[in-house]
Design a protein around this ligand. Sequence first.
Ligand SMILES: [Zn+2]
Length: 247
Amino acid sequence: MKSGKRIMRHKWKIIFLLSVLSFLVLDNPEFFIQYSTKTNQRSQSIGSVSNGSLTNGIRLPYRGRNYKYFSKLSYYILNRAYANAKVYNTVIGAYKECEATCPHIFFRLMECSNKNGGRLFPHRTHQNGLSVDFMTPLIKNKKQYNTLDIIGIWRYLVNTNEHGQVTHHIKIDFDSVAKHILALDNAARQNGLRIKKVILKTNLKDELFKTQSGQALKQRGIYFVKHLSKTINDLHDDHYHIDFQEI
Ligand SMILES: [Zn+2]
């Protein structure tokens, strides 16, 4: 009996140690996986964002200095953080620029594509490695408000009013959104891409273009989708969706 109890205790110790280890690996993959800041890998985006596939895609980093992927489930289990290598370099390059232009903002990257592209339920696009979702950063009393950023895939369900307010005090940080899109546009041009379209809830565009960086963004003439069905429109307040195009 005694040796049986000892074996059980031993087993629990092993289970506990394995759990701690897997938690450490999952939460801090950058210590175990070397993510490059730029890749020379070539990918092929086939077809369109709404009917296509991806060959030789590359998984975006789980975390960088000023950003993190939003969900372990989406990243590790569902494997939805793949993109064309040019998009990889663009996303990383843009976050690098944001270290200088909005140093106090921590960004969250949302769903990209499957390893080989194809359908990515429930998204209609994201099929060929050229679509990326970015979480809208929030502010409260002029400081970034992070509490709603750590709820993983549930973040897609956060709603705002037509002024981008989640509550009276918490609202979308439109100036940082504009700075990030400007940085993505700069980085895209350096990596053989252009921003084909941005999807943001249409009634939030006025708030975005009202900010100082928003005015610069408006002058760039980047295309924001003007008409969306009510369902699609309502979904794009907690994130902005960007389709890139190879040039
Ligand atoms: Zn999307």
